[in-house]
Design a binder for this molecule. Structure first.
Ligand code: AQP
Length: 337
């Protein structure tokens, strides 16, 4: 059977980009013949500066957003990465399988660590992050991993690590299957409301740069009203958006929210200014998010319900991870395995 694994970092509240680009696509994957594991990857969130006092609530927030979006905790295991110690256990093994040369090619580390003194101050965890991600996947022998475009390189590394492990420890057998990426539609990439060349991000210091899943109608309308634009009216065709990142982002967002194509949106709004377009966009965003944000808000108020889901999810995840880890331990020669 197919096994699906994905996760998000509890680095802040989830936003419309996380929802359109990832979360919403997980919901239809919950078929009866597939097993789904969706975690809040708190151990990944520790690779950059963070506040330990808010981390548990952020994990709850991620779980609440999953459920509000339609992930069913009965069908899918929803859990905190740190509650399943097998992730960390396998991660060490895989650190001894991955090669420095492979790791040094990872572009996300270079982007996040910066250069010079900044790079020297980056945590070792930020560097080994992709190995932990490989462990997240391989500890369940997951076959399919829905990822955004930006995670393709890490998934490729997971495949290389699995192949090398099988070669070194499995003889001719496939012990850890190579996971397949399920690349989510790139059209769903939502950019910052303040800078159309940067993606909408949880950790952007400006809250006005994103639409959070917990924002109320007034907040959404205000953020869209203040969103950066250029002075030109909207073009009649998609080609006219080419050098206009902010306009392109807002039109793309309207299309994603209403299910229309970009051409259809421009057919309706071409020639109009942002003064006319933005209120329509705000209306569409509010209408689209309302059912998710109401349920999200309700769940955030019910810690006991979320904790019960996380506990049950962790138990189910451990039950799946433990036999894989036991098999790995035997092969690598751990004492007592
Ligand atoms: N702007 C976006 N548009 C579409 N999809 C997005 N994702 C993130 N931002 C956008 C997708 O959401 C998932 C979350 O992955 P993550 O929590 O590991 O972190 P990330 O990709 O780094 O997301 P953020 O929100 O930008 O968080 P921070 O600020 O912590 O880095 C992924 O599937 C991602 O593709």
């Amino acid at each position: 059977p197919e096994r699906i694994l994905s996760g998000m970092q509890p680095t802040g509240g989830l936003h419309l980009g996380n929802y359109l680009g990832a979360l919403k696509n997980w919901v239809p994957m919950q078929d009866s013949d597939k097993e789904c594991f969706f975690c809040a990857v708190d151990m990944h969130a520790m690779t950059v500066e963070y506040d330990p006092s808010v981390l548990p609530d952020r994990v709850r927030g991620v779980a609440a957003a999953y459920i509000a979006a339609g992930v069913d905790p009965k069908r899918s295991a929803i859990f905190a990465q740190s509650a399943v110690p097998e992730h960390a256990e396998l991660s060490w093994v895989l650190q001894c399988v991955a090669r420095m040369g492979w790791m040094e090619r990872m572009t996300q580390f270079k982007d996040k660590a910066g250069s010079g003194k900044d790079a020297e101050r980056a945590s070792v965890g930020l560097f080994t992050y992709p190995v932990l991600m490989a462990a997240d996947i391989l500890v369940y022998k997951a076959t399919h991993v829905p990822v955004g475009d930006d995670q393709k390189q890490h998934l490729e590394l997971s495949r290389d690590i699995a192949a090398r492990f099988n070669r070194d420890f499995g003889g001719d057998q496939i012990i850890l299957p190579q996971p397949e990426p399920v690349i989510l539609p790139t059209g769903a990439r939502v950019m910052s409301l303040k800078d159309g060349t940067k993606k909408m991000s949880k950790s952007d210091p400006s809250d006005n740069a994103r639409i959070n899943l917990h924002d109320d109608a007034d907040t959404i309308a205000r953020k869209i009203k203040k969103a950066k634009t250029d002075p030109e009216p909207l073009p009649d065709t998609a080609e006219g958006l080419a050098d206009r990142p902010e306009a392109k982002n807002l039109v793309g967002l309207y299309a994603a929210l209403t299910g229309a194509s970009v051409a259809e949106v421009l057919g309706e709004f071409g020639g109009e200014g942002f003064g006319a377009f933005k209120p329509k966009l705000a209306e569409a965003a509010v209408e689209y998010i309302a059912p998710v944000s109401e349920e999200y808000a309700r769940l955030l108020d019910d810690k006991a319900e979320i904790d019960a889901v996380l506990k049950d999810g962790a138990e189910r995840a451990r039950a799946a991870a433990q036999p894989v880890m036991a098999e790995v331990k035997k092969l690598i020669g751990y004492w007592g395995a």
